[in-house]
Each structure stands twice: as structure tokens, then as C-alpha cells.
Design a binder for this molecule. Structure first.
Ligand code: ZN
Ligand code: ZN
Length: 273
């Protein structure tokens, strides 16, 4: 049996107020799937009640770290359980995030533009969905340029809003401009399999965008965005095969916030059903 190689790199706990799994439960599923470890990535606490319904409060941050540490002890020697974070990029929050990221030895920090939260809609939505989609890509590039993040989460999630106006060919010039900016930063981008459960039922991002990412030499990570343990490594086989079809030979994982490459053929061989 091949040795475990992969990690589940995107998951949420009940501290996010909309997820069911505990780190130890995610680790148990990771063991079944042949994973080497999991990186827990709850939504970053934010100041002043920003997007409060879907995240821990700032004073719960130590509880979050303790939850991960307890599972790490329980699973030591079997499945690595590592601290990460899914941090919201929003203009003006850079200093907050910089200080937050320094508070623990994180292995991996996802940067997310979440266009469905109220604060983002209030700031940017003016009744024009195509313009909203373009704004999202400007913000995604700006997120990469902060240097705060290792990988950009679900980088076309905006397609589920104004989905009837989502038009990749029409948006390609804007996507390409954003990807050119992202490529210069060295930040990776995530192929997120939870898109299969959303309004437009395909992974985030779409294959046409993955090809543009690949052409610019931007590395890609894979995550299921699990909100319950059964989704650990969900559709990883399809995701890795899609990356291969789009020209990738390896998939990226961050440990100690350093990127390492895993050959996709080896990654596929290491998974168990
Ligand atoms: Zn997210
Ligand atoms: Zn998430």
C-alpha cells in the first residue's frame, strides 16, 4: 500500500457556527481516505462584528487553537492535525489579519474573498452582476498582493451570485488581468471541490480558469471545504485528474507556510476509498 501523501487542507468546525465536524472526527475520516494529515481552517475572527454569523468571536481564538491541539495529541503518529486559517480579505482589514496570523504557528493560511457576505455586498453590489463579477477578480488580485496568504480559496465562488450572468468568455480579460497580478506574487490558488454542491455545480474554479492559472505557472492546492467529516477529501480523485487534464504534473501543499509539490500520479495512488 502506498504511503499517505495528501492532506485535507480546508475544513470548518462548529466554531464557525455553520459546520458540524470536530478536528478528531475529520482526522478519523482522513485516516480512512489514506491522507497524511488535515489542516483545520476555520474562518478568521474579525473585529467589530464583521461577518459575525459565520465565524468565531475574537475571544474564542484560544479555544480554536486548543481544539486543534487536543486532536493533534489524540491522533499523533497516525494523522497529522495542523492549525490553519481561512482569512477573509477585505480592504482595511490587512493590519488585523497580519497580527492574527502572528498569534500561532499556522501551517497554512487561505485567503478568501467572500462576495456573499453582507459587508461585501453593501460595499460593492450596485445592481450589476457582471460588474460585481469583475470587482471580485480585482479583489482577488489585491488579496494576493497583500502577502498575507498562502493560497486563494475557491477562486470563482462569485459565480454563484448572479449565476445567470456568469459568463467566463466575457469575463476572461478581467480574469487574465487578475491572474497576471497573482502570478507575480507567488501565491497559490485552490481547487475547491465543494463547488459541486453550490448553485453552479462545478468545482471552483472552472476548468477554463484552471488552464489560465496553469499557463501562468501559478501553483494549485486542493481542498474539499468540508463542513462535516464525511466530506474529507471529497472528490479528490476527480480534482487531481482535472488538474492533470489542465496541464499540472503536481499539486501543492503548504506545511509551516512553505509550499511543497506532490506529483499528481503519486497523490492519486495514495488515496483510499
Ligand atoms: Zn470560503
Ligand atoms: Zn471554507
Amino acid at each position: 500500500m502506498p504511503a499517505p501523501l495528501l492532506y485535507e487542507t480546508h475544513m470548518h468546525t462548529p466554531l464557525c457556527r455553520h459546520a458540524d465536524g470536530l478536528p478528531g472526527e475529520y482526522a478519523a475520516r482522513a485516516a480512512q481516505r489514506g491522507l497524511k494529515g488535515i489542516i483545520v481552517t476555520c474562518h478568521s475572527p474579525m473585529p467589530n462584528g464583521f461577518s459575525a454569523p459565520v465565524r468565531m468571536r475574537p475571544e474564542q481564538f484560544d479555544e480554536y487553537l486548543a481544539l486543534i491541539a487536543a486532536a493533534e495529541r489524540e491522533w499523533r503518529g497516525r494523522v497529522e492535525v495542523l492549525p490553519g486559517l481561512e482569512s477573509d480579505y477585505f480592504p482595511g482589514m490587512e493590519r488585523w489579519l497580519e497580527q492574527l496570523h502572528a498569534r500561532a504557528p499556522f501551517h497554512y493560511i487561505l485567503g478568501s474573498v467572500h462576495p456573499h457576505i453582507r459587508e461585501y455586498l453593501d460595499q460593492y453590489f450596485r445592481g450589476n452582476w457582471p460588474e460585481f463579477h469583475r470587482q471580485y477578480y480585482r479583489d482577488l488580485a489585491a488579496a494576493a498582493e497583500t502577502g498575507l496568504f498562502d493560497s486563494l480559496a475557491h477562486p470563482d465562488i462569485v459565480k454563484n451570485q448572479g449565476a445567470e450572468y456568469w459568463d467566463v468568455p466575457a469575463l476572461l480579460p478581467d480574469i487574465r488581468r487578475a491572474l497576471d497580478r497573482i502570478a507575480k506574487t507567488g501565491v497559490a490558488m485552490e481547487l475547491n471541490t465543494s463547488g459541486l454542491l453550490k448553485t453552479i455545480k462545478e468545482m471552483n474554479p472552472a476548468p477554463a480558469i484552471i488552464r489560465e492559472i496553469q499557463q501562468r505557472g501559478i501553483p494549485m492546492t486542493v481542498g474539499a471545504d468540508a463542513h462535516e467529516p464525511s466530506r474529507v477529501a471529497d472528490h479528490y480523485e476527480e480534482a487531481l485528474t482535472l488538474l492533470q487534464e489542465c496541464g499540472f504534473a503536481s499539486v501543492s501543499v503548504f506545511l509551516h507556510r512553505q509550499r511543497r509539490e506532490i506529483p499528481i500520479a503519486d497523490a492519486l495512488a495514495s488515496l483510499r476509498r
